[in-house]
Design a protein around this ligand. Structure first.
Ligand code: ADP
Length: 397
């Protein structure tokens, strides 16, 4: 069965058509600037070059129509008709406490997702728009929602409750939810399989380090803690997000800089993290280049980031009373061997030693620790689209 995977943002939409049986990507691409001037669709059939077409997309419905037209196009399409799309898997950011796993979408589920809009105001409404547009264009095709928060719903109370008046949890559901759950689930399972073990027999720390970063403690196959919280702002510092800071800084900066709450939140989300420290870039490649040229703030940003990740590894080793494997994934985790090395340099006390040659490679599942390392450290590329296709297939077949 072919599964169309849709990841719909407020002005962009990423898509992949995956043959779920062979797990091959038949085509992929993205629509950009939806609802704006100059919108365009990028479409890439497997093994071919990207085709970019500028086309008006006033709403997400036109964007999805263009995706469907592209995959069924008589010259460049990869399927003959939409009848060959067996199901659509939608990434949904927030499932609140209601969804601990993926679910077939119906009116009740859409209503429940809408009720989570407050918790993810930038993401859930956009996800819903994408789902509804797809339903209109493919009314007979089953649709599945795969939630970023679902995998972390196994966290125990003591891990998800904040030290705030309990009524905020009761009234507003203010608690830790965690994100990147599809990736943490996929990578922890891949890690166990790659090491020839069952997830149930392992304690794994997944370091998803990308533009957004989160760490999770996956104990015997279940997420028991994760660094992102009510929103993706908490945890390690990221490309432009500050991560965990003293909450009093908000009031202090607001007063000093004459900012209102929205202004402060913009700084914390968009102007902080390694971008904020370096003043140069949120991209770790630029920071490395800057550091090599002697830019001390670029070097400091990379060092502070690595230190922050190492502290979470220490915390989650305590939370699980041990760790068998640490998996690095996502843009930075998969590609930046120096960051991996810098994180592991703090972890000698766990008996971790890194094989420098293995750590210099990239692009595939690999072990980067030495054979005598007490904890296995590996790089496991994440694949959220494939994970969504697998979840979708499991629910509709
Ligand atoms: P997102 O959170 O947007 O999904 P990704 O997981 O794709 O992010 O990670 C993107 C980030 O990965 C870039 O901003 C960059 O910092 C980092 N990155 C990508 N490629 C490399 C590389 N070759 N070396 C170092 N860092 C890289």
């Amino acid at each position: 069965m072919n599964v169309l995977v849709i990841n719909c943002g407020s002005s962009s939409l990423k898509y992949q058509l995956i043959d779920a049986a062979s797990e091959k990507v038949l085509a992929k691409g993205l629509c950009e600037r939806i609802g704006m001037e100059g919108s365009q669709i990028v479409y890439q059939p497997a093994g071919c070059d990207k085709i970019t077409t500028v086309s008006p997309m006033p709403t997400h419905k036109q964007a999805i129509q263009l995706v469907l037209d592209s995959i069924t196009d008589k010259d460049n399409g990869v399927i003959a008709s939409l009848a060959e799309v067996g199901a659509v898997g939608h990434r949904v950011v927030h499932g609140g406490e209601k969804y601990a796993s993926s679910v077939v979408l119906n009116d009740d589920v859409l209503k429940a997702i809408e009720e989570c809009n407050d918790l993810a105001p930038l993401h859930n409404p956009a996800n819903l728009i994408g789902i509804r547009a797809c339903q209109e264009l493919m009314p007979d095709t089953p649709m599945v929602g795969v939630f970023d928060t679902a995998f972390h719903q196994t966290m125990p109370e003591e891990a998800y409750i904040y030290g705030l008046p309990y009524e905020y949890y009761e009234k507003y559901k203010v608690r830790r939810y965690g994100f990147h759950g599809t990736s943490h689930s996929f990578v922890s399972k891949e890690t166990a399989a790659f090491l020839g073990k069952k997830p149930e027999d392992m304690k794994i720390i997944v370091c998803h380090l990308g533009n957004g970063s989160s760490i999770s403690a996956v104990c015997h196959g279940k997420s028991i803690d994760t660094s992102m919280g009510l929103t993706p702002l908490e945890g390690v510092m990221m490309g432009t997000r500050c991560g965990s800071i003293d909450p009093s800084i908000l009031e202090f900066i607001a007063a000093k800089e004459g900012l209102d709450m929205a202004g402060v939140m913009k700084v914390l989300n968009k102007e902080s993290g390694v971008q904020g420290i370096s003043g140069v870039s949120s991209d770790f490649r630029d920071l490395e280049a800057g550091a090599k040229e002697g830019n001390k703030r670029c070097a400091l940003a990379r060092k502070a980031f690595s230190y922050g990740v190492a502290k979470y590894v220490g915390a989650y080793t305590a939370a699980m009373n041990g760790v068998d494997a640490i998996a690095f994934t996502a843009g930075v985790g998969e590609n930046d061997g120096r960051i991996r090395q810098a994180v592991c340099d703090y972890l000698g006390y766990l008996g971790i030693t890194i094989d420098q040659e293995a750590n210099s490679k990239r692009g595939e599942n690999m072990i980067i620790s030495t054979p005598d390392s007490k904890v296995t450290v590996c790089v496991i590329p994440t694949n959220e689209e494939l994970a969504i296709a697998r979840e979708t297939l499991a629910l509709v077949k």
